[in-house]
Design a protein around this ligand. Structure first.
Ligand code: NDP
Length: 311
C-alpha cells in the first residue's frame, strides 16, 4: 500500500479489481470527470500508472510521467505498444489465467452452432414442439477443426476438440515442432481441408482480415467458422454475404469488427450463433485477471520483475 502513488482508470473495471486498486493506491477515474481534458491538463503529470485497457498516444501525451500500463485482458491490440516502448512505458496483460474459460466457451459455441441450441431453446419456448420437430443437424465427432493461432488459448481449444473426437490441424506464422497436429503454412489450404475454422490469433495490423473472402470460400458451403479472437481478423462483410447466400455453412461469433454494434444481417440468420464478447467472462476467471493486473502493478512499484509484460 502506497497512497502517494496515483493511478488512472479511464473506464469501469471489475469491482474486485477496483477495490484492490483503491486499497493500495490513490485511484482517479477519468470516465467520471465532467471535463476529462481539463482534468488531465491539471493532474496528468502526477499519474504513474494506467489500469484498464485502450491506451493510445494522445493519452500518453497527457500523462508525461506514466511508467506502466496494466491492461485487463490478454489481447492488447487497443494499446499503442510502439509509442509505449519508445517512451519507456511498460505494458502488462493478463495471459494464461483465461485460457480455460475461453476454450470452454469456444467448444460451447461450436456445439451450439452444430446443434442449433439457441434456436432449439426458442423452438420449445415458442410452443413449436407441440406441432412439429426440428430439422436434423451436424455434430463435431469425426470432423477436422483448423485452428488459426495455436497459442496459449488455441492449445486448450485443441485439447478439448480432441475430447470431442475431432481431428486438429493448425495455422500460424511458424510450425511448432512439439505439437502433434498437422501444420499448414497456408491458411486457405487449411480452410479447404477443414470442416471447422476456429480463430484465436491476436488482433491488430498483422492479422487484419487474414480470414479473407478466399479463405471463407475455401471453407465452403458446409464449413463452420468460429471467431473468439477479434472481429478485425475476418472480412466481416464477405462472411455475412457468404452466410446469406449458402457459400458458408454457419458461424459462431463472440467478437465483431465494430462491437458492440453487430451488422443487422447477422440477426436474421438461422445458421449463426451470436455472443457478446464473453470469452473470459466468468467470475473465477475475471477475478484471476484482476488479481494479475494488480500483481503486475505491485511488482512494478516494488522494483521487482513484472509477471506478464508485453513491453
Ligand atoms: P498467444 O499469443 O498465446 O497465441 C496467439 C497465436 O496466434 C500464436 O500461436 C501465434 O502463432 C498466432 N499468430 C500470431 N500472429 C499471427 C499471424 N499474423 N498469423 C497467423 N497466426 C498468428 O495468444 P492467446 O492464446 O493468449 O490469445 C489469443 C487472442 O485471443 C488474444 O490476442 C485476444 O485477442 C483473443 N482473446 C479473446 C477473448 C474473448 O473474450 N473472445 C478472450 C481472450 C483472448 P505464431 O507465432 O506461430 O504465428
Amino acid at each position: 500500500t502506497d497512497k502517494s502513488i496515483e493511478i488512472l482508470q479511464t473506464g469501469k473495471l471489475l469491482a474486485s479489481c477496483e477495490a484492490a486498486l483503491a486499497e493500495r493506491y490513490t485511484v482517479h477515474k477519468l470516465h467520471e470527470e465532467a471535463d476529462p481534458k481539463a482534468w488531465l491538463a491539471a493532474n496528468g503529470s502526477r499519474i504513474r500508472a494506467h489500469a484498464g485497457s485502450g491506451v493510445q498516444a494522445d493519452l500518453m501525451d497527457a500523462l508525461p510521467n506514466l511508467e506502466i500500463i496494466a491492461s485487463f485482458g490478454v489481447g492488447y491490440d487497443n494499446i499503442d505498444t510502439r509509442t509505449a516502448k519508445a517512451r519507456n512505458i511498460r505494458v502488462t496483460n493478463t495471459p494464461n489465467v483465461l485460457n480455460d474459460a475461453v476454450a470452454e466457451l469456444t467448444i460451447g459455441l461450436m456445439i451450439a452452432l452444430a446443434r442449433r441450441i439457441p434456436q432449439a431453446d426458442q423452438y420449445v419456448r415458442q410452443g413449436k414442439w407441440l406441432s412439429g420437430s426440428m430439422p436434423l443437424f451436424s455434430e463435431l465427432t469425426g470432423k477436422t477443426v483448423g485452428i488459426l493461432g495455436l497459442g496459449r488459448i488455441g492449445k486448450e481449444i485443441a485439447a478439448r476438440a480432441q475430447a470431442m473426437k475431432m481431428r486438429v490441424v493448425y495455422h500460424g506464422r511458424k510450425r511448432q515442432p512439439s505439437e502433434p497436429h498437422v501444420f499448414y503454412d497456408n491458411l486457405t489450404d487449411m480452410a479447404r481441408d477443414s470442416d471447422w475454422l476456429v480463430i484465436i490469433a491476436p488482433g491488430g495490423k498483422g492479422t487484419e482480415r487474414i480470414v479473407s473472402r478466399d479463405v471463407l470460400t475455401a471453407l465452403g458451403p458446409k464449413g463452420m467458422i468460429v471467431n473468439v479472437a477479434r472481429g478485425t481478423l475476418i472480412d466481416e462483410p464477405a462472411m455475412l454475404d457468404l452466410l446469406q447466400n449458402g457459400g458458408l455453412g454457419g458461424a459462431a461469433l463472440d467478437v465483431f469488427e465494430d462491437e458492440p454494434e453487430v451488422p443487422s444481417g447477422f440477426l436474421a440468420l438461422d445458421n449463426v450463433v451470436l455472443s457478446p464478447h464473453q470469452g473470459s467472462a466468468t467470475v473465477q476467471t475475471r477475478d484471476a485477471m484482476g488479481a494479475l493486473l494488480v500483481a503486475n502493478l505491485e511488482a512494478h512499484f516494488a522494483g521487482e520483475p513484472l509477471i506478464s509484460a508485453v513491453v
